[in-house]
Design a protein around this ligand. Structure first.
Ligand SMILES: Nc1ncnc2c1ncn2[C@@H]1O[C@H](COP(=O)(O)OP(=O)(O)O)[C@@H](O)[C@H]1O
Ligand code: SF4
Ligand SMILES: [Mg+2]
Length: 335
């Protein structure tokens, strides 16, 4: 049986043009997203993790049609999002919503919470006007707020409550896909767990599909069914949560996992421990080869010459590393 795919992204590229040096200098491009493929099953949560600058937000904004797409296709249900314009795009928008990291800056401080949550319904003409008031009250309850709190302004809520308002607003248009871009990164750990639990409950109750973005593998392990690890605009490893956490194959994934205390059992083999040093290289016109080569302890000649393709190893577990063997043996440290 083929599973029901809600979002399909094929070979997505988003390159930002940089200012030319002088009048005749060559034009250069930031390769923010450089050939990303994603398939998200209806009702599931797909995670994207990677350090700051790896292209996660740009991927999210491209899916939402909020940045210009250089090439590639984006299909949401029956909509070819990459091709829609004007009124057609406006109509498709109610099916996808985004929750941002910072509930402080993404909510208008001068607008009452009730109006913030209601606005998408008015803008996108969702449901009967007469029913919208009740619907806003219901949304407040669904996200764990009291309907009376509609009258308050954003600064009268705590950080966690503000993110609940962001969630209620995202749900107002009854979307199929909710893109969550670092939705808990600005919150204390205890509050993070509450918001993650809320998102999971809403998913169960409403059948939502999430694209969930975080720089922290420790966070995605609590919510994602499938996870893609991004580095400098490319997916370097992808798999279901269990195989990614128990059999990580890419040295960059090991480095991210080394920073997650609760993932330690999967990494007891000290050989797999990698501490990341320095920053990722510049994403402007990157050279050929593996983009992780400058920080990879296993890098060889081949790595800087040829770009490793993302290839399947087993059961939907994909990796882009020359030194992972076809039967899934990862690179080894020379003892
Ligand atoms: N509008 C833009 N113009 C030029 N460069 C951009 C723009 N938006 C993002 N970038 C660059 O694209 C890369 C990816 O950024 P981003 O998608 O925000 O990464 P992440 O969300 O993983 O931190 C970064 O190098 C960033 O500086
Ligand atoms: S391809 Fe080479 S440089 Fe890239 S991750 Fe694999 S071993 Fe490291
Ligand atoms: Mg980001």
């Amino acid at each position: 049986m083929t599973e029901d795919i809600l979002l399909s992204v094929e070979n997505l590229k988003v390159h930002f043009a940089m200012k030319r040096r002088g009048l005749t200098g060559p034009k250069s491009f930031v390769h923010a997203v450089d050939g990303v493929n994603l398939k998200i099953t209806k009702g599931k949560t797909f995670g994207i993790v990677g350090e700051s600058g790896s292209g996660k937000t740009t991927t999210a904004l491209a899916v939402m049609r909020l940045v210009p797409i250089t090439s590639g296709t984006i299909t949401l249900g029956d909509f070819r999002l990459d091709q829609l314009q004007g009124e057609e795009l406006r109509r498709a928008r109610r099916h996808m919503q985004i929750i941002f990291q910072d509930p402080y800056s993404s909510l208008n401080p001068r607008v009452r919470a009730g109006a913030i949550v209601r606005e998408p319904m008015d803008l996108m003409d969702v449901g009967e006007t007469s029913e919208r008031e009740d619907r806003v009250a219901e949304l407040f309850r669904q996200v764990g707020l009291r309907p009376e709190q509609q009258a308050l302004f954003p600064h009268q809520f705590s950080g966690g409550q503000r993110q609940r308002i962001g969630v209620a607003r995202a749900l107002a248009s009854q979307p199929d896909l909710v893109v969550c871009d670092e939705p808990v990164s600005a919150l204390d750990v205890a509050i993070q767990a509450q918001i993650i639990n809320l998102l999971r409950k809403l998913q169960d109750d409403l059948g939502l599909t999430y694209l969930f973005i975080s720089h922290d593998l420790g966070v995605v392990q609590y919510i994602c069914d499938e996870i893609a690890v991004m580095y400098l605009g490319k997916v370097v490893e992808q798999g279901d949560r269990i195989s990614l956490f128990t059999e990580p194959l890419h040295p960059y994934t090991w480095a991210l996992l080394s920073a997650v205390p609760s993932a330690d059992p999967a990494l007891r083999d000290q050989k797999n421990r990698i501490r990341l040093q320095g920053d990722p290289p510049n994403p402007i016109d990157p050279p050929p080869g593996c983009r992780f080569a400058s920080r990879c302890p296993f890098s060889q000649d081949l790595c800087t010459r040829e770009t490793p393709p993302l290839r399947p190893i087993k059961d939907g577990h994909l990796v882009a590393c020359h030194l992972v063997s076809d039967d899934g043996v990862p690179p080894q440290h020379a003892d």
